[in-house]
Design a protein around this ligand. Sequence first.
Ligand SMILES: [Fe+2]
Ligand SMILES: [Fe+2]
Length: 274
Amino acid sequence: MKIIQLTDTHIVPDGGQLFESDPAARLRAAIKDINAKHADADLCVLSGDLTHNGDREAYATLRDILEDLQPPRQLVVGNHDDRTRLCDAFPEVERTKDGFLQSFRDMNDHRLIFLDTIEPGVHTGAFCEKRASWLSHALSDAGERGVLIFMHHPPTTIRMPKLDAYRILDAGPLQATLAAHKANVRHIFFGHIHRPLAGSWHGIPISATKGTNHQSGLDFSAGSTNTVTLEPASYAVIFVDSGSVIVHFDDFSDTSPRFVYDPSAAPDKQIQRL
Ligand SMILES: [Fe+2]
Ligand SMILES: [Fe+2]
């Protein structure tokens, strides 16, 4: 199974700029790259902050751009989104009976679970008992399937104080629900931090990838400024089989020089610039 994770697209109404960059143009470039390299992907997950301000025009722009995406898509809600406007633009997005944008789909012996970690009006993450109850049911009938979880906020500190302030402040209900089940949770994927990251949380592998428009500067200090950069954007290419979950980060917008390298060739022929 191959899954693409795109995150933090932060779309503004078409033509608008964000951090001196055009999020719509950046997403179009990502989709062009995905279609060229990964049209065979089983799914493309957009893991939240689909728009920057949650306005209807931006969702209409997003919907228009996503028409070109060849793999099937799954949308996850982020703190910059608006649940109602998101669902108005994308009626296929499922809501739980409590109104959270949580759903799952079974693919290739796996259950992919999509969680809602937002709290309207604030940028911090949340995962309440109602959401945990829904997750409990989704895990309890997952059977022998491997479980992959996609959500917007990180469940844990990432040792970057300025970003940690906006994590899920109380991940207890999430952690307790995962611990209470014998489900085979193989990986948690998230966005929000606009950084590439890999690690584990209570024994579960976790990873995040950069956004398609702008990134967070890598800074472990507790200073007062939050730095945004225009490092090359990327998306994640995820391969899943019964024995492994492999996550690659493709800086699709990188324009640095490329070379053909053949160490077995004559010394003066080993390196050729493309
Ligand atoms: Fe974001
Ligand atoms: Fe976010």
